[in-house]
Design a protein around this ligand. Structure first.
Ligand code: MN
Length: 488
């Protein structure tokens, strides 16, 4: 196993190591809730997606949604984790207005998925392993709305009973960057598997971050848990703040209080929610309304056999099959839709050139506009058309960037734009010769400079490019200039 990197925070009294473990709540991609047939969806009118089970009406009984169980098994297999053929649901008791049952149905001692692991890439391309402790199924709660009425808290139960996968890691991360990279990779795997859409803005993937600090290699410190952080940036900000807060306390001779904290994105700080003394006693016990879950091993094997190619395998194949750099392959493989787009565009084309246009051209422009590749105004076929014109030297790479802009603006395909705007590269020596002759004659000083120092030929190339509006073929211009000026 590769080690987490030893990136220390320098305190007033010496270096500190941050130790991080994450509990990620991922909403199961499913049409219905975990124990009722009510629809799961975002943006429905308040309390419009609530069955009698979700509202905990007396006498209502939960019925397990088979699809949610299957999604948990698919996720577990995708995390290279042990699938527990026998698992059980427990009641986690606490009172809150948005939890009408008075308990959450979760899995405590016997989760559906046991230990697994994820290989995570850092920004510099190196990797580390995060061990997964467990994945269990549980219900989400409803939502309390405090800001619509000055005198009352309103409750929306649309989310109540929605299926969540809680994915618990071991404390294997050592920096805020590693924690964010872990969530990014986990999200990528779940999206490949189709078991969670990973929409963090909607709260469909959110992380509870356990933070502690210690002297490098020393015993583990007391941890604080930061609840419900829902963006990569907030995860990093929350960890940076919390680690420094703990270090300041310890360096001041104080002790860390084990507690649950909240991150305030506006202030960029964490604040106490409840301490260990106030922690709930959840009085877990097996839910008497539900039978234990017993999975057929053949069913699990069939699911294993039908898993899609996952990000690690995809990345390795993009490198071996197309010769992409590990970096480009990683950028493309993180999203299945990107990889599909690239593979369609690269059919019969120069794959590295295509990858370059996908990452530096298209993805950069999409990111500027907050778009995903599914929303790209340039189709994979059209991007391939642009690459083809480059390969055939119909246009230069400078002109290609111009054509790309017109394609982005929806003006047509690359060949249409090149023809309509007369952007075809001039490779015909005859057409360039008169221009080259004229430039040499008008600039005798530059011409003799080239004879003394051949690199000075670049000045003439620049002039030709300027006069042709960038349409001259640079190779042809160079060859012509060398012949005329008598250098090689
Ligand atoms: Mn949970």
């Amino acid at each position: 196993m590769s080690e987490a990197s030893a990136k220390h925070i320098e305190g007033a009294t010496g270096p500190w190591e941050v130790v991080l473990g994450l509990e990620v709540h991922a909403q199961v991609a499913s049409k219905a809730k975990l124990f009722s047939g009510a629809a799961v969806g975002f943006g429905g009118g308040p309390n419009s997606q609530v069955s009698l089970v979700d509202a905990a009406m007396p006498g209502m009984l939960p019925v397990i949604n088979r699809r949610c169980v299957e999604q948990a098994v698919i996720s577990g297999l995708g995390l290279k984790a042990k699938i527990n053929l026998w698992s059980r649901f427990d009641r986690k008791n606490y009172f809150y207005p948005d939890l009408p049952q008075g308990y959450q149905i979760s899995q405590y001692k016997d989760p559906i998925v046991g230990e697994g692991e994820i290989e995570v890439e850092r920004d510099d391309g190196s990797t580390f392993t995060v061990r997964i402790e467990r994945l269990h199924l549980e219900q989400d709660a409803g939502k309390s709305i405090h800001d619509l009425d000055p005198d009352a808290t309103l409750v929306d139960l649309n989310r109540a009973g929605t299926a969540l996968m809680e994915i618990v890691s071991y404390p294997d991360m050592r920096s805020s960057e590693e924690a964010a990279a872990y969530v990014k990779k986990l999200r990528s795997i779940l999206r490949y598997l189709g078991t969670c859409d990973g929409d963090m803005e909607k709260g469909n993937l959110r992380a509870d971050v356990n933070v502690s600090v210690r002297r490098p290699g020393g015993p583990l410190g007391t941890r604080c848990e930061i609840k419900n952080v829902n963006s990569y940036r907030y995860i990093q900000q929350a960890i940076e703040f919390e680690a420094r807060r703990q270090i300041a306390i310890l360096e001041d001779g104080g002790a860390i209080l084990q507690e649950t904290r909240l991150f305030d994105p506006g202030k960029g700080e964490t604040r106490s929610m409840r301490s260990k003394e106030e922690a709930h006693d959840y009085r877990y016990f097996p839910d008497p309304d539900l039978l234990p879950l017993e999975l057929d091993p053949d069913w699990v094997d069939r699911i294993q056999g039908s898993l899609p190619e996952l990000p690690d395998a995809k990345r390795a194949r993009l490198v071996s099959q197309y010769g992409l750099s590990a970096y480009d392959a990683g950028v493309i493989a993180i999203e299945r839709s990107r990889a599909d787009y690239f593979e369609r565009a690269a059919q019969g084309r120069d794959a590295k050139l295509t990858a370059n246009w996908v990452t530096n051209g298209l993805l950069a422009r999409l990111a500027e506009n907050g778009l995903e590749i599914e929303e790209s105004p340039i189709s994979s076929d059209d991007l391939a058309g642009l690459v083809q014109l480059l390969e055939e030297e119909v246009i230069s790479s400078k002109i290609a960037r111009e054509v790309f802009e017109h394609m982005w603006a929806g003006e047509g395909t690359a060949p249409q734009i090149v023809e309509a705007r007369g952007l075809r590269q001039v490779s015909d020596t005859g057409a360039l010769e008169a221009l080259v002759d004229r430039l040499i004659e008008a600039n005798p000083g530059q011409a003799s400079a080239v004879k003394a120092k051949p690199q000075a030929i670049g000045w003439f190339v620049g002039q030709v490019m300027r006069e042709t509006g960038g349409k001259a073929n640079p190779g042809a211009v160079n060859a012509l200039l060398k012949a005329k000026l008598g250098v090689d």
